[in-house]
Design a protein around this ligand. Structure first.
Ligand code: HEM
Length: 438
């Protein structure tokens, strides 16, 4: 579908055939990102991985982060952190249910992920010791996520940037992202003071890398733009640190709430489908978790946390199936519609993990009817980290507790409405009754 959103030409991709055409046959043309007010601020003028335009800087940084942060070896290495944090979550839920209260699954999933990501990134938790309850990151991440998905006038009328100031959008943006700037600066200072440049956490890896002059990526070209945000920043080393730490910021924004949403929606679907919950709880081979893996695949199909990922942009004029698409056309891929297309999916509205039993659909973006992590050069690099964390968490929640809707509540009474910001989240936080299983 071709649209003109404001003054911006836009193509919406909402079926698997077209996704293959755009993200496979013509991926080299469509793998860039448009410059938008919010992502420009977040990425200090188009740096980092997630919001950078396609080019040498993006290629290098993506290659480094995939090789250093998202490998199977590193996921294994971080396993102890995930397991410890899930234990804290289980202990907190046990305390809440012992006090005859109901855990707020939505808040707790976010808290769990904030702690896991914080420890993976900086080597420390963001909650009080020994508990998994709402913490200061919740509101900040929520605010940033809201801004990433919010209507911003200059995104549709790029020549009218002044509207962002008049509407107050610019001020909100500065306030929200100053939090991350300060957090990252503090963490860098702390790590440098401790001379913690080993590979225990992502920050340690990045500090090692930024010293490596053989990497050959130039982080200096946009120094003037960066300097306007960092008036005191004039040393090259510091600039390199800031850019590399953007990768950490992206891990927070990309990895925390998205993974937490899968847990939130997963528990919702299981509470609404006791047959599926019982079958997953009865699974005997806890090493393989064959059925739970199908459940996670179905959660990601039925309720993908990023239903409409950050847009791509074409880098030159191109002809796709007879249609001329000019350079700088924005491409929005509607993952949600693709994964509910009745042409590929039987009863797409029904939550039915068994649909994955007889096929070999994988997350890797090769099967264009199933792309919860997108596809092509921009495919989510954190998918294995995310899936491992979701499987571990759900397996423990189901193994340790029986879960039910609150007393007297029927499935049809549950508020299923979602807010779509940058990510899908439930409007009303999910509260469930948890009874210890032993
Ligand atoms: C279940 C959880 C997750 C889902 C469903 C998800 C999904 C996605 C999607 C749809 C994209 C957009 C790709 C595109 O533009 O075509 C993306 C990009 C990205 N994700 Fe994830 N993600 C998840 C977890 C994570 C985690 C845990 C991390 C890191 C720790 C992460 C890091 C990133 C990064 C850095 C990008 C930008 C890639 C680029 O532009 O080159 N994500 N993700």
């Amino acid at each position: 579908m071709y649209l003109k959103l404001g003054s911006v030409p836009t193509v919406v991709v909402s079926n698997a055939d077209m996704a293959e055409e755009i993200h496979k046959s013509h991926d080299s043309v469509f793998c860039s990102r448009p410059i938008r007010a919010v992502t420009n601020r977040l990425s200090y003028g188009g740096h980092g991985v997630t919001f950078a335009s396609y080019g040498e800087g993006w290629r290098q940084l993506r290659k480094i982060s995939v090789a250093e942060l998202y490998t199977t070896k590193r996921i294994q290495y971080l396993r102890a952190i995930r397991e410890e944090e899930v234990r804290v979550l289980i202990k907190t839920i046990a305390e809440i249910s012992a006090a005859d209260q109901m855990p707020n699954v939505s808040d707790m999933a976010r808290c769990l992920l904030n702690n896991i990501i914080c420890r993976q990134a900086f080597g420390r938790r963001c909650s009080n010791d020994g508990e998994c309850r709402r913490n200061k990151f919740h509101d900040q991440l929520w605010e940033s996520s809201k801004l990433l998905g919010a209507f911003c006038p200059s995104d549709f009328f790029p020549s009218m940037g002044f509207l962002d100031r008049l509407t107050g959008f610019h001020g909100h943006l500065e306030k929200a992202f100053n939090f991350f700037d300060n957090l990252l600066e503090e963490e860098i200072e702390d790590h440098l003071k401790c001379d913690n440049e080993d590979d225990r956490d992502f920050m340690g890896v990045l500090l090692r890398l930024q010293k490596d002059t053989s990497l050959g990526f130039s982080l200096t070209e946009n120094k003037s733009r960066l300097s306007s945000w960092y008036a005191n920043t004039n040393s090259l080393r510091r600039l390199r640190l800031l850019i590399l730490c953007l990768v950490l910021q992206e891990i927070f924004l990309g990895g925390s709430d998205s993974t937490a949403s899968v847990i939130e929606f997963g528990m919702l679907e299981l509470a609404l489908n006791p047959r599926v919950m019982n079958k997953a709880q009865e699974e005997s081979d806890l090493q393989k978790l064959t059925y739970l893996k199908l459940v996670v695949k179905e959660i990601l199909r039925h309720r993908p946390p990023g239903p409409i990922p950050s847009p791509h942009e074409s880098m030159k004029d191109v002809n796709v199936r007879g249609y001329d698409i000019p350079a700088k056309t924005r491409v929005i891929t509607n993952i949600w519609a693709i994964m509910r297309d009745p042409q590929f999916w039987k009863d797409p509205e029904v939550f039915w993990p068994e649909r994955f039993e007889d096929n070999d659909l994988q997350y890797k973006g090769q099967d264009f009817q199933y792309i919860p992590f997108s596809t092509g050069r921009r495919i989510c690099p954190g998918m294995n980290l995310a899936v491992t964390g979701v499987e571990l968490t759900l397996a423990n929640l189901l193994h340790c507790f029986n879960w039910e809707l609150p007393d007297g509540m029927k499935p049809e009474d549950v508020d299923l409405s979602e807010t779509v910001r940058f990510l899908f989240q439930l409007k009303t936080p999910l509260q469930l009754k948890a009874t210890p299983a032993f």
